[in-house]
Design a protein around this ligand. Sequence first.
Ligand SMILES: C[S@@+](CC[C@H](N)C(=O)[O-])C[C@H]1O[C@@H](n2cnc3c(N)ncnc32)[C@H](O)[C@@H]1O
Length: 442
Amino acid sequence: MKRKQRKEPFAKLQWHSRNEDLVQASVEYTPTTLVNPSKLPAKKSDRSKLLLGDNLAVMAALQDELKGQFHLIYMDPPFLSGKRYPARIGRNEDSRRPEDWETIEGYQDTWKDGAAYLDMLYPRLLQAHQLLSHNGTFYLHLDWHACAYARVLLDEIFGADRLINEIIWVYHGPSPIKTAFKRKHDTILVYSKSAEYTFNADAVRIPYNPSTIKTFESSAKAGFGKMPDLERGKVPEDWWYFPVVARLHSERTGYPTQKPEALLERIILASSNPGELVGDFFCGSGTSLIVANRLGRRWVGCDASPLATSTTYRRFLLKETEPSFEYYQAKERASDCSEKMEIDVMIEEMTVEVSFQGIVDDAEKLFPGCIIYWEVDWNFNGQIFASKSQIVRGWKDEEIDLQIRHAYPNQGKYQIAARCTDHHGKVRESIISIDIPSPRPQ
Ligand SMILES: C[S@@+](CC[C@H](N)C(=O)[O-])C[C@H]1O[C@@H](n2cnc3c(N)ncnc32)[C@H](O)[C@@H]1O
């Protein structure tokens, strides 16, 4: 069959530092943690993965194993907004008392200029394009700051004829703007890699408006005689209303610019099938990954911020019973940290209880008030931490359990590794060797 000639884009974006010789710095790519390893698929490439690190290096490293494997990539990068976003970590979010909110640095969307922003975005779009399968779909979530520039870049990378949709996500909320209309929409650019892409129209149908139903019921001539299937519902238009994740929303993690699960659900249902691979390389609090997992998709998520990956990790521990994924940490490892987690271990026959005592460095001992989850590997192999038991703090909880018990099936010598993660995403660990005696005769 004759291949259709690609059309050259009718416009090309120039900026002063545009560079086509992109250095693809790669990273070490071995998991540091296996979460609930007994539930992981045997085939390594089938495992869902969460990676902490710069996504350019991470995507470059993933090409070896996963080039052309992603059916859907959703990217929600910084927007070129020029803002710094704090993350809320406290449990007290009374809107009348913002001075009481506990915040830490979330992430920065600040750039020297627009060119510096495009220097960041462009190579990441190229990497994502390579990771996408021949029938894959790419969603880029932006707003008015950078959307027009990204559209021209994506036309170049995918081809102008591969733009499937420009989706407008509308929402409402307070705004300080007094001299213009309130800016209350984001734009999601949707491109496919080829003409054969997945679009599951039936999976995303919504009911017709009551007024449309009334019109069709009252007049046979409505719609020029074309009667829609009112029962089946309609495929949504390209403008979507979903409320933002507001302060009191049950989905709220405190991570800045968290997107609503309903928005991601529509995207994932429309553009992927169960078992397929979904990627999000600016995953933040992990919204797309949580939804992909719930819908039976495999997923790969990445973020450069430990706060983001620990929020995602915590979200999985809180949402799913025994979630299973691989965690990669390209930055500082827990074992490099000078502070240590202090634990006590009590052995009673074949059962071991680990009690979390605090975090210690040379000078002081901290109470684990800032800990968001802690985990134990009951048989640490000295290299990869197998997270087999976890205690996680709920979003609004004051307390966290400080004991975990485990019954060993066999006597022998074991290494127990325990890890705790604080609300900045910083990890400390502790490793203790134990000897489980043979059971006493009855
Ligand atoms: C708009 S937020 C994503 C929010 C996310 N969709 C959610 O629902 O929570 C953008 C994220 O991109 C991350 N990020 C920015 N630059 C990055 C980079 N070079 N590599 C990986 N992550 C990056 C930030 O840390 C931030 O979490």
